[in-house]
Design a protein around this ligand. Structure first.
Ligand code: UT7
Length: 329
């Protein structure tokens, strides 16, 4: 890659809603236990958006924090990409809502949908715009309110998810702090293992779709678990090979926060100690595309990620989609 085409993550922001739902609270809602949830997933609590608090609200707050961190104004943005599976509307895009709310008058804005891999997909796309000279400043936002498509009567899924947003501002690199590699992949053959059956053009909203609870996400947990481990291992290997590094050169791994056992398997495969893996799913649960941005901001605030740190992000999600992105901070 030529020096001029290198791209950096210049600012990071995150935001979660105020309300916290604990495992104890869930015990009163479905037949589950704090012990089951903690031992099978590692999750203890999650943040849940209020009624009338959509994904865009969380995304706007995360975006404002990322812009502040990068020291640039919204008017300077050329492009806004929002990764979400819980958009405010089917259309217009949530990115359009952010464009208006932020005052990013020059920016092209559109949504992408790559489920839990959305943040890595979004940064990978934004990177290409800058590397090719089509844009100079790009905002990538992953904003999710999975609570709105959660079936609160289904213990298989309702204990897993939370709401939140993460955002990153991308600019041209000025030194060796830059994205070292990114790899994204997918396999549409497994779409129905993790999906929401109704609300789109195949099963538009009707009395039947509501009665049959088709507007909630459905997941075949076991199959998704196995696929997630394999795909995340594969994605991390590919991104490290593309960057010409091994896991010994990585200072911190920030995996998608879905399940502690998936994260431990990835760490084992990469032969890294769990001390080098950032985990915060105990406090936020699985916020889909937002998990990595929320974790990255927290790792920066806690001084776990410093200038010069090599960070590897790795994700897996519905679609199936997967990806890994390595950058020097
Ligand atoms: O973010 C995108 C990707 N998503 C993921 O990566 C999630 C991947 N999947 C997982 O994390 C795990 O598969 C789960 C956490 C969803 C489930 O864990 P598991 O160890 O695979 O459990 P299981 O599905 O095999 O269920 C074991 C038992 C079942 O009971 P029986 O049939 O053995 O009697 C479930 O009904 O646990 C039961 N169960 C529960 N029990 C108490 C399922 N959910 C609960 C619950 N509380 N909340």
């Amino acid at each position: 890659m030529s020096e001029a085409s290198k791209v950096r993550i210049a600012g990071v922001g995150s935001h979660v809603p105020e309300r916290i739902l604990t495992n104890k609270d869930l015990e009163a809602m479905v037949e589950t236990s704090d012990e089951w949830i903690t031992s099978r997933t590692g999750i203890r609590e999650r943040h849940i958006a209020a009624d009338g608090e959509p994904s865009s609200s969380l995304g706007i707050a995360a975006a404002q924090a990322a812009l502040k961190d990068a020291g640039i104004s919204a008017e300077e943005l050329d492009l806004i990409i929002v990764a979400t599976i819980t958009p405010d509307y089917i259309y217009p895009s949530t990115a359009s809502i952010l464009q208006q709310a932020l005052g990013a008058t020059r920016a092209v804005a559109y949504d992408i949908e790559a489920a839990c891999s959305g943040f890595i997909y979004g940064i990978t796309i934004g990177e290409q715009y800058i590397a090719s000279g089509r844009a100079e400043k790009v905002l990538v936002v992953a904003a999710e309110t999975l609570s709105k498509i959660t079936d609160w009567q289904d213990r298989n899924t309702c204990v897993l998810f939370g709401d939140g947003a993460g955002a990153a501002v991308l600019t041209r690199a000025v030194d060796d702090s830059c994205i070292l590699s990114s790899y994204i992949g997918g396999d549409g053959a497994f779409g129905e293992l993790l999906y929401m059956p109704a609300g789109g053009s195949l099963n538009p909203a009707s009395e039947r779709t509501v009665l049959e609870r088709m507007h909630y996400m459905k997941m075949s947990g076991n199959e998704v678990f196995r696929a997630a481990v394999n795909a995340m291992n594969n994605a991390a290997s590919k991104a490290m090979a593309m960057a010409g590094i091994t896991s010994k050169d990585v200072d911190l791994i920030i995996p998608h926060q879905a399940n502690m056992r998936i994260i431990q398997s990835v760490a084992k495969f990469m032969e890294v100690d769990m001390a080098k893996v950032y985990v915060n799913l105990d406090r936020f649960g699985n916020t889909s595309a937002a998990t990595i941005g929320i974790a990255l901001r927290e790792a920066m605030d806690r001084g776990v990620v410093k200038k010069g740190s090599v960070v590897a992000m790795v994700a897996f999600g519905g679609g199936f989609t997967w990806g890994s992105l390595i950058f020097r901070c």
